[in-house]
Write a protein that binds this ligand. Structure first.
Ligand SMILES: *Cc1c(COP(=O)(O)O)cnc(C)c1O
Ligand SMILES: [Zn+2]
Length: 430
């Protein structure tokens, strides 16, 4: 059962009921979903949650969906994996991965936000939905809309990776490639949503959409036996995920599901698009927009909608932010795959590389319980590994040739100091 909820302005507190709207028309601040916390005390308990489905919908009482909402896909409840081998490589001792690389249906954490946004779209009676996207959101909206019978228009920058284009079109969505970067795509989306009365998940449905991110936080707490970690490292694009995980932990404390604890939030970006980490590191309160240039396209938002809130969340928590180069991102993708068997996309490479740096600089204590938010699947950004992995010539189907190959392989590994002989530039660990 869902608790009562409505939109409220984050700054002036004005109430807006429930409607497809993301900005306060009095003070132009973003709107946010607020719940009846007294009612939630009855419905959002550990026991009630345990009776729910094995998906993010077990937290339905604290999501903005109507009481008669019936989920069509078991999104969320992704594994929380202990990561002892990666920990050893980066100087950590108590490290976990929240693995949204295997989130259903489209293998990124965007499936969570989209499922909440589409439930809201249905509630508001939209027959057409859309989004502006750097890729993963496009995939999630296209797939999610199919099972709700909604028509879909998806706007993306023209230079998007092939895998993300195909993973959108295959669901029958109309994919509109726009000449320009994400921020231009987003501006056009706002105009379209207004003119045609369509539900754009990250525009007029944004307050509902963003709530879906809280489920990452709820799951981590439940998977840690209803306790909170010491630290969490989160990749940032628009900055919603990191602020919503913080909101989730605060709600769990307020409702008595976990003991009070100060969790430190660490934000991760690619240096080629780092408006939030740059602000955190320089002590600024506001975002200086950037023009993105990085292989981490899923994080390439130069003017992040929740940027100032992300800065505040990081600073108030006692955390920090860092950014890493494209070379470090690729190296970290390989490190994570080799050490823990998890193949992540470029955003996960950003998180892993940033975590390594935070440990190296002593920003995160070695023995702290730290969770890395791995948010997307490596199969979507195969081009990031182009030319990084050696392809050996084919050999004849003869045992002798196989044995010669093994001998050569062992020699290469010996020269590389025990690691597989990968062509990694600028490896940052040891
Ligand atoms: C969108 C996205 C993020 C960041 O989400 P924000 O809420 O916009 O900060 C992180 N990782 C992946 C894979 C994404 O697609
Ligand atoms: Zn306001």
């Amino acid at each position: 059962m869902a608790s009562a909820y409505e939109l409220r302005c984050r700054e002036c507190g004005r109430r807006f009921g429930n409607q497809p709207l993301s900005i306060c028309d009095d003070c132009f601040s973003p709107l946010e979903v607020q719940y009846d916390m007294e009612a939630a005390r009855q419905t959002f308990t550990r026991a009630a949650i345990a009776r729910g489905p094995v998906s993010m919908w077990r937290y339905q009482a604290m999501l903005p969906v109507s009481e008669d909402f019936v989920p069509t896909t078991p999104t969320g409840m992704t594994p929380l994996l202990a990561a002892p081998r990666l920990a050893k490589r980066i100087g950590a001792a108590n490290l976990y991965l929240k693995n949204d690389a295997v989130c259903l249906p489209t293998l990124s954490f965007k499936d969570r936000v989209v499922s909440v946004a589409l439930a809201a779209a249905r509630n508001f009676g939209f027959d057409t939905v859309g989004c502006s996207s750097t890729g993963n959101l496009a995939n999630a909206v296209a797939a999610g809309a199919v099972r709700l019978g909604l028509k879909t228009y998806i706007l993306v920058p023209a230079d998007l990776e092939m895998a993300k284009v195909l993973n959108t079109q295959v669901y029958g969505a109309t994919l509109v490639r726009i000449d320009g970067d994400y921020d231009r795509v987003n501006r056009l989306s706002s105009q379209i949503a207004e003119r045609y009365h369509w539900g754009f998940v990250n525009v007029n449905l944004r307050p509902y959409y963003a709530e879906g991110s809280k489920t990452v936080g709820y799951e981590i707490a439940e998977q840690l036996g209803w306790t909170l970690p010491d630290n969490i490292v989160v990749p940032m694009a628009g900055g919603a995920l990191i602020t919503k995980i913080r909101k989730a932990f605060a709600e769990l404390i307020e409702l008595g599901l976990v003991e009070e604890k100060k969790v430190r939030f660490f934000g991760a970006q690619a240096t080629g698009c780092s408006p939030i980490s740059t602000a955190v590191k320089s002590g600024a309160d506001h975002i200086e927009p950037q023009r993105p240039k990085t292989i981490a396209r899923s994080l390439a938002i130069g003017n992040p909608a929740d940027g100032t809130y992300a800065i505040r969340a990081i600073r108030d928590s006692g955390g920090w932010a860092e950014d890493v180069s494209d070379v470090e991102i690729v190296s970290a993708i390989q490190e994570l795959a080799e050490s823990e068997g998890v193949f992540t996309e470029t955003a996960g490479g950003v998180t892993t590389a940033v975590a390594a740096r935070l440990y190296a600089h002593g920003k995160i204590g070695r023995d702290d319980l730290t969770v890395l938010a791995i948010t997307g699947n490596g199969l979507k950004t195969l081009d990031a590994l182009d030319g990084k992995l050696e392809e050996r010539p084919a050999i004849p189907a003869r045992l002798a040739d196989f044995e010669a190959l093994v001998a050569e392989d062992q020699e290469l590994k010996r020269l590389a100091g025990g690691r597989a002989a990968l062509a990694v530039e600028g490896s940052y660990v040891r």
